[in-house]
Design a protein around this ligand. Structure first.
Ligand code: MN
Ligand code: MN
Length: 299
């Protein structure tokens, strides 16, 4: 499962996942307008991913204003996009476990918002700068200064990350500020870079569990329905994040999910919210970094 990411077959799957993720993200941003039902957009985008030959690598994440990450609608969610607000639309796609993770932001009911554009510029600057061997202090500094030059703050406790097969957060972090890590970007790695900018304090705190879960480890239990539920989750999603609404055929899924959470078999993702309640913007691309150069798969 682990190891070099860049043999030809693996590279083609990474590139295909990236192309699908780009389409899905752009469609999502286009469809997300004030008054439109959030769940309708999310359903359409996840359907598009499957139609194009991928699978969602995680449920579409919708973050509005201070909600920075880890929210997805539940079954039957009637929430609509508000008349005004900063939307983050974060999409993951995998092809045979090879993942692309990408996000964009949009100023609902407005246009040309500096908060939206400064994290986009920071991402573009970071992609120009990144290469195998570069210092994370330097790379993080580029992101930090780009955001600060527009008068905003980077979110310090949200970071980019390495990606491996069926592993969205594979252990290596790419900070959005200069003073978090002394490391360097390794050769032959897949990373997501994701600057977050805010007018608030510049860090996020955890909120409630937001309809997104992942399998930690299966356990044989004295309950056939719980065992079958674990098996379905394992076969469909492996350890990748999944949504409650993807398990619609289990009428008692809320109960099953709660039980498996309590037993530590599942992890529940808490929504991440800007500490002062201020709006947050985010842009993200997935990159293959090697001595031969950098390819942004989702661009
Ligand atoms: Mn990411
Ligand atoms: Mn993402």
């Amino acid at each position: 499962m682990r190891g070099r990411q860049t043999n030809q077959d693996q590279r083609e799957k990474l590139l295909l996942a990236g192309r699908i993720a780009k389409e899905a993200r752009d469609r999502g941003i286009m469809l997300s307008e004030p008054g439109v039902r959030v769940l309708d957009v999310v359903d359409q985008v996840e359907e598009l991913i499957r139609k194009m030959g991928g699978q969602p690598a995680f449920p579409v994440n919708i973050g509005i204003d201070a909600v920075a990450a880890h929210y997805t609608p539940a079954t039957g969610d009637s929430q609509r996009f508000p008349p005004r607000g900063i939307l983050k639309f974060d999409v993951g796609v995998h092809v045979d476990g090879y993942i692309a993770d990408t996000a964009a932001s949009k100023d609902l009911g407005g246009s040309n918002n500096l908060l939206v554009s400064c994290s986009q510029s920071a991402l573009e600057q970071a992609i120009e700068t990144v290469k195998a061997g570069i210092s994370l202090r330097y790379l993080g500094g580029v992101i930090e200064r780009t955001i600060q030059s527009s008068g905003y703050r980077p979110v310090t406790n949200l970071m980019g990350h390495s990606i491996e097969r069926y592993n969205l957060h594979a252990g290596f972090s790419v900070p959005n500020v200069s003073d978090i890590s002394d490391g360097t970007v390794p050769d032959d790695i897949v990373i997501a870079i994701e600057p977050f900018a805010t007018s608030g304090k510049g860090f996020v705190v955890s909120g409630r569990i937001g309809n997104i879960f992942s399998l930690v480890r299966r356990k044989k239990l004295d309950d056939a329905s719980l065992n079958q539920f674990q098996e379905v989750i394992d076969e469909r999603y492996s350890t990748l994040p999944f949504a409650e609404r993807w398990l619609g055929e289990f009428g008692n899924r809320t109960h099953l999910l709660r039980k498996l959470l309590r037993l530590g078999i599942l992890h529940g993702y808490q929504t991440l919210i800007e500490a002062s309640g201020a709006p947050v913007s985010q842009w993200e691309h997935t990159l293959i970094v090697s001595r031969e150069g950098v390819v942004a798969t989702s661009k």
